[in-house]
Design a protein around this ligand. Structure first.
Ligand code: PEP
Ligand code: MN
Length: 340
């Protein structure tokens, strides 16, 4: 349930309420909005909810108590009506400006990564991506360079000033990846890896949670709830396409998920048109559709020589195509009242 405090409620009132909830053995999450403070009370058993609502409503500094019926609570709009903005260095994700994350599917070597980093920065990208631990459908595929790749990403960051996002697949690697990454990515195949979600919930760094390839929007938001439930509220959602009967594209990019998620959750959402389509020539049109639909940003795969890429060359933009996309993104962002 959520407890909405009167506009005049004091810090002392808040402490009284928090102590009361904690004495009952329930979890407390505080959301300070521009106008109102909202306290989430998590964990009351169904049979006790009615009486708890009544008791908490009796505090004079409480405006109202509302039970939350949705299966996700902390990440839902009811608990936190204002949009969340996640700060990564100087970059804000979820604010007025659309954020573009770009880089290769996977870090192959220092030269490839540095060349890509310079090119995407020159074209206006604000965050750099690159896989170090790669999830692969086949055990025989390339699985990434591990820590060596993280070190290369660090050099690229030092050179360009761009923060880094990279995937973590195993709870045992979360500490290592956190040392290098500014944002930890949870890939589609791990959206329901609950021990991984719990582990990244314990750290205090932003997490980018990709939609499971066969996950519903509600399942995806519940996966985000796992992370938030452990105290990490810095979550960025990423729509990357879902499996349908269509095989022409690698996945079916669900553009409707963007406004749907924005109405249900306060978390920022970005779009990955690269994995969403699997074809480089479809990346820009889908990216533009995502921005038009309200996405807070994009994550796009860029490779200086896609014909030599170890992974996902077919969906990677060459630097020139990426720069052309950026100009179009800026125009669409402006058309929907944002900047790029
Ligand atoms: C990726 O972004 O590198 C990736 C593997 O994406 P997904 O988890 O969406 O397949
Ligand atoms: Mn990829």
């Amino acid at each position: 349930m959520i407890i909405i405090l009167n506009p005049g409620a004091t810090e002392e009132n808040l402490d009284t309420l928090v102590a009361n909830i904690e004495e009952r053995g329930y979890g407390v999450h505080i959301s300070r909005g521009v106008e109102k403070t909202i306290v989430g009370c998590i964990g009351a058993p169904d049979e006790d909810k009615a009486i708890v609502v009544e008791q908490l409503s009796s505090f004079p500094f409480v405006e109202r108590v509302v039970p939350i019926l949705k299966p996700y609570k902390i990440v839902g709009r009811e608990f936190h009506p204002d949009k969340s903005v996640i700060k990564v260095g100087n970059v804000e994700i979820g604010g007025q400006r659309v954020v573009v994350i770009a880089g290769p599917c996977t870090v192959e070597n220092e030269e490839q990564m540095i060349e890509t980093a310079k090119a995407v920065k020159a074209a206006g990208a604000t965050i750099l991506r690159g896989g170090a631990f790669k999830p692969s459908t086949s055990p025989y595929s390339f699985h990434g360079l591990g820590e060596d790749a993280l070190k290369i990403l660090q050099s690229a960051k030092e050179l360009t000033g761009l923060p880094i996002v990279t995937e973590v697949m195993d709870p045992r690697d979360v500490e290592l990846v956190s040392k290098y990454a500014d944002i930890l990515q949870i890939g589609t195949r791990n959206m329901t890896n609950f021990s991984l979600l719990n582990t990244v919930g314990e750290i205090r760094k932003p997490v980018m949670l990709k939609r499971g390839m066969s996950a519903t929007i509600e399942e995806w938001l519940q996966a985000a709830e796992y992370i938030a439930h452990r105290g990490n509220y810095e979550i960025i959602l990423c729509e990357r396409g879902i499996r349908t009967f269509e095989t022409f594209t690698r996945n079916t990019f669900d553009v409707s998920a963007i406004p749907a998620v924005l109405s249900l959750s306060h978390l920022p959402i970005i779009a990955d048109p690269s994995h969403g389509t699997g074809k480089w020539n479809l990346v820009t049109p889908v990216a533009l559709a995502a921005i038009a639909a309200g996405a807070d940003g994009l994550m796009v795969e860029v490779h200086p020589h896609p014909e030599q890429a170890l992974k996902d060359g077919a969906q990677s933009l060459r630097p020139e195509a990426f720069a052309a996309m950026m100009a179009q993104v800026a125009a669409v962002a402006q058309a929907v009242g944002r900047s790029a």
